[in-house]
Design a protein around this ligand. Structure first.
Ligand code: SF4
Ligand code: SF4
Length: 437
């Protein structure tokens, strides 16, 4: 596979669709043993990857082969769950004569889609602290990213599930920059928005967005609308000041948060109860070692499933982690302990998690509409990826066509941005470019 294919991936602004938007041309510019397709889609209620794997399975396999060629990997593994039956049947059929590509069925647990968990499921190796899957010879790619690698065209759309308190949950192919509210209205969303909240992303790792007109980005996999008094909303909107007060008042140091932490179970020494203790005692010495904190992946299982006192150890651990990283904290690239021999029995089944989150009523299909959603105006964010903000190369009043380059980024971790509709540039500021059809 020629290197100019990688250059084209860069020019087309392809970034990881499943996480922080890591530029794909950087991720694939390496030597790896195995490329893993992350089809776990472990966040409850989201329905993107499971449908893409069934409908665009040929493209997915082409994208995987290209990633294997670019990295020199001799093995490709598509990881998904048995419950995605349609996808399993189709992918099995398409790969039955492929010696280098394997379909791997993983357990239906949370967070199966965490890169570190997936790499362990496939290779039996643990990615070291502060390390990357490449440290154990693996590259992990999201399903939608693999499909984009196969097409290698400017990124102009994002596939996104809209669900929760709407009449008809749906999965859309939406132009980048489409206001969330338009998708919500298309699903028959509530008219009394003041009684609801918008969660962007999955229920576990997603965040509360106060602007209903906020735009779809390259990494928006789903939005969930929930009543303002739903327990998930109440917890996610709780002020940090209150979380800290509650930590001091009621953390009983039962350490369930640590016992159930998936990263701790992998042997990474993640110990949220020690962080809580350090804060409760106002004594940083009782926080434990750096590895207790920096190994956290923000999965929030400790906060939304494990803690019997309704505390938020995941949030607190992450606050401490960000502050330590900002101060330049480093730790050895190692795996402090062996993987817990009870790992399989400690996996949290998705079904149980959905019940615990009180989301059973919202656990519905969200069929993919294969037509591109029509919108009259888009706000395309200049930062949709990890790294530096892109710089606009168009001016107010310019006419642009769909797929045209409108912002570039010279930084190696940057990513190009293209217009997602044809129209006229109405506004440009430091955050976005607004285009009207
Ligand atoms: S599970 Fe909750 S109460 Fe128990 S140690 Fe962790 S934060 Fe404290
Ligand atoms: S959020 Fe909690 S459970 Fe998840 S990795 Fe961090 S400490 Fe562990």
């Amino acid at each position: 596979m020629p290197k100019d294919y990688l250059e084209k991936i860069k020019n087309n602004g392809i970034v990881g669709a499943g996480g922080a938007g890591f530029p794909t041309h950087v991720k694939l510019d390496c030597k790896a043993d195995v490329v893993i397709i992350n089809g776990a889609e472990c966040e409850p209620l989201l329905r993107v990857d499971q449908q893409l794997m069934k409908i665009y399975s040929e493209d997915l396999i082409i994208g995987l082969r290209i990633a294997m060629d670019l990295t020199g990997a001799t093995k490709g593994v598509i990881c998904l769950k048995a419950k995605y039956k349609g996808a399993v049947i189709k992918l099995d059929k398409l790969t039955k004569n492929e010696k280098s590509i394997e379909i791997k069925i993983i357990d239906d647990f949370y967070p199966a889609g965490d890169e570190q968990q997936l790499v362990y499921e496939v290779t039996n190796k643990v990615v070291p602290l502060m390390g990357l899957p490449l440290d154990v010879g693996a590259v992990v790619i999201n399903v939608y990213t693999a499909i984009q690698i196969a097409k290698n065209k400017p990124v102009t759309e994002r596939v996104i599930t809209v669900t929760g308190a709407v009449k008809q949950p749906q999965t859309f192919i939406a132009p980048i920059g489409t206001p969330f509210i338009e998708l919500i209205n298309e699903c028959g969303g509530p008219s009394d928005l003041e009684n609801f909240k918008l969660n962007v992303g999955g229920p576990m790792m997603g965040y509360i967005e106060n602007d209903w007109n906020a735009p779809v980005t390259k990494t928006s996999g789903g939005i969930i609308i929930l009543p303002i008094d739903h327990s998930l909303i109440v917890k996610k909107t709780r002020k940090t000041k209150t979380d800290l007060k509650l930590t001091k008042a009621i953390c009983c140091q039962c350490s369930f948060c640590t016992d159930m932490c998936p990263r701790n179970i992998l042997g990474m020494n993640t110990q949220p109860h020690k962080v809580m203790r350090g804060l409760a005692n106002e004594d940083p010495h009782t926080l434990g070692s750096i590895s207790n904190v920096v190994s956290c992946c923000d999965c929030r299982l400790c906060s939304l499933y494990a803690c019997p006192m309704d505390l938020d150890p995941g949030k607190i651990t992450n606050l401490v982690k960000q502050s330590l990283l900002k101060k330049g904290a480093k730790t050895e690239k190692s795996v402090p302990y062996e993987v817990d021999i009870l790992r399989d029995s400690k996996k949290v089944p998705t079904k149980r998690l959905i019940a615990r989150l009180d989301l059973l009523d919202y656990n519905l299909d969200a069929p993919l509409n294969e037509d591109i959603f029509e919108t009259n105006s888009v706000k395309i964010l200049l930062k949709q990826h990890i790294g530096v903000v892109a710089t606009p190369i168009v001016k107010k009043g310019d006419d642009v066509s769909k797929g045209m380059l409108i912002a570039t980024c010279k930084d190696s971790l940057g990513s190009n941005i293209h217009s997602s509709i044809s129209g006229n540039v109405k506004d440009i500021n430091e955050l976005h470019i607004e285009i009207h059809a």
